[in-house]
Design a protein around this ligand. Structure first.
Ligand SMILES: [Zn+2]
Length: 233
């Protein structure tokens, strides 16, 4: 499940020349979808494939109801001028305790989507009221970290990475207890170098190919296991 961040009334962050995060992440996610589909190995769904607002919890629910084996949320960050400069891609996994102040600030920003569109979260059913959830979550966490590591490894070959490329924070979209999930910030739209990459079709192609490799790395052991099971039958 690919999850291009934001959409509709929620534009996400802005680039130096007025580019919108919601547009950039949608083109990037579509690029990865096309690559993965071409391989013939995966069924790829997107939480949105046009400029539509989708509430954060609906994104999670959509992934779970389709039994997604992996959830990849795609975003791009921006730093306010007074906070100086930062560059490069960062891969996030879920944690209740953000790994640093910037991670906490970012999770707050990204989680604001539902506030922007006036979605009332108090009526959400408590999905997590299940004794099995804790066990499932531990396995999910391990898988999420595996995918985060291989994404960083693959990204290293084609893209600039943040000085600390693996982080964790409390992103709402990463909260499915049973779907391995990561959130990728492709780079900083407030940084000229990163922005030039983000709007460049060639860079997006290379980086999407790298991420498709990470997806292959992630699923290879599972697909091999499934094939072996098939033969034993
Ligand atoms: Zn975002």
């Amino acid at each position: 499940m690919l999850d291009p961040g934001h959409g509709g009334i929620d534009t996400g962050t802005h680039g130096l020349d007025g580019e919108l995060e919601k547009d950039i992440v949608l083109s990037f996610a579509s690029e990865i979808r096309d690559r993965l589909e071409k391989s013939g190995k995966y069924r790829v769904l997107m939480t949105r494939s046009d400029d539509t607002f989708i509430a954060l919890n609906d994104r999670v629910r959509f992934a779970r109801s389709h039994g997604a084996a992996l959830f990849v949320s795609i975003h791009a960050d921006a730093l306010p001028k007074k906070e100086g400069q930062a560059e490069g891609a960062t891969v996030y996994t879920l944690s209740e305790h953000a790994s640093d102040a910037e991670a906490a600030r970012l999770a707050d920003d990204e989680n604001k989507a539902d506030v922007i569109a006036g979605v009332d979260l108090t009526a959400e059913p408590d999905d997590v009221a299940n004794i099995l959830v804790d066990l499932a979550q531990r396995e999910t966490k391990t898988f999420s970290l595996q995918f985060a590591h291989s994404s960083v490894k693959e990204f290293k070959t084609v893209a600039r990475l943040h000085k600390r490329p693996l982080k964790s924070a409390g992103f709402v979209v990463l909260k499915a207890p049973d779907v391995p999930s990561v959130l990728i910030e492709l780079g900083y739209m407030s940084n000229r170098g990163d922005l030039n990459h983000l709007v460049d079709a060639e860079w997006r192609g290379k980086t999407a190919a790298a991420l498709a490799h990470a997806v292959d790395d992630f699923f290879a052991p599972r697909l091999a296991g499934a094939a072996a099971m098939g033969q034993r039958r």
